[in-house]
Design a protein around this ligand. Sequence first.
Ligand code: IPE
Ligand code: IPE
Ligand code: MG
Length: 240
Amino acid sequence: MNNSSTKIYRKLDLSRLPKHLAIIMDGNGRWATKRGLPRNMGHKAGCENIKRITQNIYDLGIEMVTFFAFSTENWKRPKDEIDGIFNLIRDYMNEYKDEYLEKDVKVMFFGELKDLPQDLTKAMEDIMEKTKNCKKMTVNFAVNYGGRSEILRAVNKAIKGRKELDFNGFEELLYTRNLPDPDFVIRTSGEMRISNFMLYQMAYSELYFTKTYWPSFNNKDLQHALINFQKRKRRFGNIK
Ligand code: IPE
Ligand code: IPE
Ligand code: MG
């Protein structure tokens, strides 16, 4: 991330940004197919877009972003596509770890990480360790993540603990312990579903869907979404 010049649009109020933005990055495959390219080229373009959008988010001053990168259901895909995605994530982390550290950005992963290939978990551990004390911003990646598995895993842990839990106690057992709930969730590609993403944490998130495929989603689209977020009235069950 360079000291780049993310253009800031006039209508965006920088004092009212979401504290935690989450993005369901969908449409890589269709982006590629539309251009006559193999699906993995869509994942490559999508990966490059993570870099650009992270820079934009950083420049805006949003404290935390979570990218949904691979779901527990994505194992249903052909092996070469899955391997391609894992290689891209591994190379991305190895390439940018120093830059994240320089920019004081903490990188975190959550999901069933132990079931991922070793070279990938190694790259994840490296960057998490390197950036663990960074303070300016946190970037999370949900990898081999499923909301239902997360809840089931927490329930099983709770049973082993043999003690009734309150919300705080239960939340401690989720992958996202210590993370605030996402205020705003963007899904690209036109699908209007959450596909097993942060089921517990999204109880009161504001949702935003755009038809744009993830590799084409740019700074302008991001700010358009954020302006939309700023028009929302979050009531949390109250009347005002
Ligand atoms: C999102 O793009 C990336 C992952 C789920 C890993 P897709 O690969 O789902 O792209 P589409 O939805 O098939 O276009
Ligand atoms: C959601 O996209 C998962 C990620 C973005 C990682 P999918 O492409 O897997 O979702 P579905 O299958 O269309 O619901
Ligand atoms: Mg998809």
